[in-house]
Write a protein that binds this ligand. Structure first.
Ligand code: DGY
Length: 338
């Protein structure tokens, strides 16, 4: 019998990263051999006897029973970990790695891109040819940057972690000086920390507020909180009805935070100007007839927040190094305390 440690990897991580695992003589590496979402049955069968498992966001990381007592570490190539059963991991002493930080800039970049795309109605303007007839106010919507006639812009963030703050930093050169955010109600407010962040990002106002105020005061609302039951449909009909008619909504977090039907209705009825959506509840099975795909002034992307070559290589490298650290009882570069 081989003394090698078995590891199962649910997607090929590419030529820059796979050698970290494949060239390690102490490992027996089993990789899902197709360029498609890893089949659950294959994963469960191959998990038997594994010491480490590396999964994507698309795979439920509940593989303990299939793997058996040999399992030491689960590593996910994602910053989100709602697919992992943290309580069970802790109970079984299984270490868990994820990929924070490396994707912050890519997702913040995309958040700004979607704010611009939603405000400039690229959904319709990129599909207009050959039927466009110019007129002075055709397709005019809100401007992201401040103007002499409209000098105040307020950004609202649902969730104010790393990606939200990186997004705020990108908004300051557009003239944003006001930042409101809503945070998990179980964490206490900390005005001194808010003042320090206002100074750090160079904005006049940075305040934690309730959702109602965030909805009614923001010119752009960025949804950047974790998924899960606590944030399910946090952007609902009530929230959308309270938004400014000129505002845009950007969701680069999780589809479950936004009630898609309510948002589609809001866009049809003009409760807000537009929406830029990178994540949709029920993804990736989103058809061309999905209410948001059909909604006016709504740009829908296929969850590509972190999809730049550098970032995905960074995430895959971190996930592989987390796996190696956990397998050999060493530090994991990004271990979640479960
Ligand atoms: C993550 O890593 O959780 C992101 O959603 C991927 O883009």
């Amino acid at each position: 019998m081989s003394n090698k440690l078995k590891v199962v990897v649910s997607r090929d991580l590419g030529p820059d990263v796979m050698p970290l695992l494949l060239d390690n003589k102490e490992l027996d590496v089993v990789v899902w051999p197709h360029n498609s979402v890893c089949d659950r049955k294959w994963l469960l069968e191959n998990a038997a006897g594994a010491s480490g498992i590396l999964v994507m966001l698309s795979e439920k990381a509940k593989l303990f029973d299939a793997a058996g007592p040999s399992l030491r570490v689960v590593s996910t190539m994602s910053v989100g970990y709602e697919h992992a059963d943290l309580k069970e991991l802790a109970k079984r002493n299984i270490r868990f790695g994820y990929t924070p930080d490396v994707l912050t800039d890519a997702v913040a970049d995309l958040s700004i891109m979607l704010a611009l795309m939603a405000g400039r109605n690229t959904k319709e303007t990129t599909e207009i040819w050959p039927n466009f007839v110019w007129s002075p106010f055709a397709f005019c919507g809100p401007q992201l940057s401040t103007t002499s006639t409209s000098p105040k812009r307020t950004a609202g963030f649902i969730g104010f972690g790393r990606i939200a703050q990186a997004t705020l930093a990108r908004l300051v050169p557009f003239g944003f000086q006001h930042c409101l955010y809503a945070a998990n109600p179980s964490t206490p407010a900390d005005p001194a920390a808010d003042a320090a962040l206002a100074a750090k990002y160079g904005v006049r106002e940075l305040r934690r507020v309730l959702l109602a105020e965030l909805a009614s005061e923001s010119d752009v609302v960025f949804v950047l909180a974790p998924g899960g039951p606590a944030t399910y449909h946090i952007v609902d009909e009530k929230f959308l009805r309270a938004m400014k008619r000129s505002a845009v909504l950007v969701n680069t977090a999780r589809g479950t935070l936004v009630d898609s039907d309510a948002l589609a209705k809001a866009l049809h009825e003009g409760w807000l100007y537009g929406a830029g959506i990178d994540v949709v509840e029920g993804e990736p099975k989103i058809g061309a007839d999905h209410p948001l795909v059909k909604a006016p002034r709504c740009v829908v992307l296929p969850h590509i927040g972190s999809a730049t070559t550098d970032t995905r290589i960074g995430m895959a490298t971190l996930a592989a190094n987390n796996l190696l650290g956990g397998l050999f009882g060493k530090d994991m570069p990004a271990e979640l305390n479960t």
